[in-house]
Design a protein around this ligand. Structure first.
Ligand SMILES: Nc1ncnc2c1ncn2[C@@H]1O[C@H](COP(=O)(O)OP(=O)(O)OP(=O)(O)O)[C@@H](O)[C@H]1O
Ligand SMILES: [Mg+2]
Length: 328
């Protein structure tokens, strides 16, 4: 588990991280999302204490890092692996040499280093390139080396800061698939920092939205998609603004379907029961947090809107009214 309690970090006049409290359960893939400059990378550096917080406590895998001296902290950091956007590999070393690096620093004997590096390269599907120079590898392969290196010292937690941002969609998908596999096989907790909601959709169990140094929303995705007004959910279903063509009399609603409600013929039934011409303005179906989920935006004409909303809510559906029509 990772636990941050009232953690803050300022740079001059900027509150890069501002009173953040966050618990990341063991074994989860937890996404940290937010715009550029929101404080995501600073948050990551506070988790492994590369950066000391001005205030608050950081606990990782049972050890309160903020209470440790430099020597103990070095040992505790071995339990936290880190993967970067720009890979940060050493061009003067072979693929295997890069993976061994983390183990050299803590004095692991040569034979054991070699064996462990080959084991990790096998895990990421690159054992056949162990003796290659890193320059001979593609971006996706280099990131696999970065992941193998981060895993070599047997961490309990993996911090990944925009690890897929420099990669094309297909390569991104294969790296995310690798994360999911190491999360399942090694029981590793993964803190995944990203600005891409598609990454969150693809692998995260939970996520937190960061804005101007603060966590403004967090939770399990399966719960968030059932939470009215969730901003993370709105980003997971980017239906955009209401089109200008929708008349002012009409009410506009979003219905969110999750799990069991995803395959019910709700809209056909609505049209039948209320004798209405509902128009679908937009719809998206996604697999989110391991659940089939969808959001449909409807234009509901006339005075029937409130009865329609009550009916849908009565069926246990999440209904959000985006705009109440003039005729409602
Ligand atoms: N070492 C530093 N010195 C001074 N200011 C910093 C430093 N690191 C971060 N900041 C400031 O703190 C704020 C948060 O930066 P941070 O790098 O954490 O954002 P981010 O969410 O990771 O952004 P991006 O998505 O662009 O990587 C920014 O305003 C940034 O300018
Ligand atoms: Mg960053």
């Amino acid at each position: 588990m990772i636990a941050l309690e009232h953690v803050s970090k300022r740079y001059g006049g900027v509150a890069a991280v501002d009173d953040v409290s966050l618990t990341i359960p063991t074994g989860e893939i937890f996404g940290i999302v937010g715009q550029s400059g929101a404080g995501k990378s600073t948050l990551a550096r506070l988790v492994n204490l590369i950066e000391r917080p001005d205030a608050g406590t950081v606990t990782v895998d049972g050890a309160e890092l903020t209470a440790l001296g430099e020597g103990e902290l070095r040992a505790a950091r071995r339990r936290i692996g880190m993967v970067f956007q720009r890979f940060n590999l050493l061009g003067s070393r072979t693929v295997r040499g890069n993976v061994e690096l983390a183990l050299e620093l803590d004095g692991t004997p040569r034979a054991e280093r070699r064996e462990r590096a080959l084991e990790m390269l096998d895990l990421v599907g690159l054992s056949h390139r162990a003796d290659a120079s890193v320059h001979e590898l593609s971006g996706g392969q280099q990131q696999r080396v970065g992941i193998a290196r981060a895993l070599a010292a047997r961490p309990r937690v993996l911090l990944s800061d925009e690890a897929t941002s420099a990669l094309d969609p297909e390569t991104t998908a294969s790296i995310l698939e690798l994360y999911r596999r190491i999360n399942a096989e090694l029981g590793l907790t993964v803190l995944l920092i990203t600005h891409e909601m598609d990454v969150v959709k693809a692998v995260c169990d939970s996520a937190a939205l960061v804005e101007a140094g603060r966590v403004v929303e967090s939770g399990r995705l399966v719960d968030l998609i059932r939470t009215p007004g969730s901003r993370l959910t709105a980003q997971l279903f980017p239906l955009g603004p209401i089109p200008d063509s929708v008349p002012a009399e009409a009410t506009v609603i979003d219905i969110t379907f999750a799990g069991g409600t995803a395959d019910r013929p709700v809209i056909a039934q609505l049209a039948r029961d209320h004798g209405l011409d509902v128009s679908i303005l937009g719809a998206l179906i996604e697999r989110i947090g391991g659940t089939q989920a969808g959001r449909t935006r409807l234009e509901v004409p006339g005075a029937a809107a409130s009865a329609v909303v009550a009916d849908l809510r009565g069926q246990g559906l999440l209904v959000e009214v985006l705009r109440t029509g003039a005729a409602a």
